[in-house]
Design a protein around this ligand. Structure first.
Ligand SMILES: CC(C)(COP(=O)(O)OP(=O)(O)OC[C@H]1O[C@@H](n2cnc3c(N)ncnc32)[C@H](O)[C@@H]1OP(=O)(O)O)[C@@H](O)C(=O)NCCC(=O)NCCS
Length: 151
């Protein structure tokens, strides 16, 4: 598996990947395009030897008070490729990128129904906060906020 930053040439493949992983919640082409070109975001992809993109992570940054905070905006791996460490590697790459940008705090939202993602992030040192975002997702599901401080 190869891991590297994604670029505009990956736009359509990333759109298909999002649709496959989040049938009801996929990012639009326009949003993915903006994330690919915005210097405040970072997109990494996992590509199998055939050239097919099977996973990606999208991170964004923003100023909160005086410090920049990183956010994991999207993470997905195609169903047939899960449970073999792909997402773990993608998160590591994004964390390294955040570190390079002097970001020490990362936050993310996870659906209250998504126990797989919750377990996944906890294993990587992310902690659940008491913040709940009511009806965060299109289907009306709440999101829980998780957080990690990079050392
Ligand atoms: C969550 C997701 C990104 C994990 O991707 P992955 O490549 O399978 O993750 P990894 O192989 O790196 O998993 C690492 C650890 O996470 C946990 N984990 C991953 N999938 C799991 C599952 N189905 N059940 C329980 N734990 C799981 C395990 O602790 C696993 O470690 P192990 O393999 O030693 O048991 C993937 O399941 C996915 O794309 N889901 C759909 C989209 C989604 O929910 N994204 C997150 C939204 S915030």
């Amino acid at each position: 598996m190869e891991y590297c930053k994604a670029n505009l040439l990956d736009l359509f493949a990333l759109e298909r990947l999002e649709e496959a992983c989040f049938p009801a919640e996929a990012f639009s082409r326009r949003l993915i395009k903006n994330l690919l070109i915005n210097t405040k975001s970072a997109v990494f992809k996992a590509t199998e030897p055939t050239g097919k993109i099977i996973g990606n992570i999208i991170g964004t940054t923003k100023k909160e008070n005086s410090a920049s905070v990183g956010r994991i905006f999207s993470l997905c791996v195609l169903a047939g490729h899960r449970k073999s460490g792909v997402a773990t590697r993608l998160v590591q790459l994004l964390e390294e990128e955040f570190c390079l940008r002097n970001i020490r705090k990362i936050r993310l939202e996870v659906s209250t129904l998504n126990n797989v993602a919750r377990t996944f992030y906890e294993r990587l040192g992310y902690q659940m906060t008491s913040d709940i975002l009511p009806r965060f997702y299109h289907d009306g599901t709440d999101a829980m906020v998780m957080r990690k401080y990079l050392s």
